[in-house]
Design a protein around this ligand. Structure first.
Ligand SMILES: [Zn+2]
Length: 74
């Protein structure tokens, strides 16, 4: 992880990107954008935020996107 990647993630968080599942504003964590509600981590790669649930890193104990808290709130 580089400082550049952290800054990229923060830039997207500042721009108001939200979790595509629950619409919660994301927070920057390293090179990821993290949903404070469901814990899904969306990677920022080469300056592009990967905002598909399929691309997200799932939190511990969660095995599929449909198990995420944001998915269940729909
Ligand atoms: Zn979420």
């Amino acid at each position: 992880m580089t400082d550049d990647q952290t800054m990229e993630a923060q830039k997207f968080a500042d721009a108001g990107l939200v979790c595509p599942l629950g619409k919660y504003p994301l927070t920057a964590e390293g090179s990821y954008l993290v949903c404070p509600n469901c814990g899904a981590k969306y990677p920022v790669r080469d300056g592009i935020a990967m905002m598909l649930a399929e691309d997200a890193a799932l939190p511990a104990g969660i095995n599929s996107v449909s198990e995420l808290k944001c998915s269940k709130e729909k």
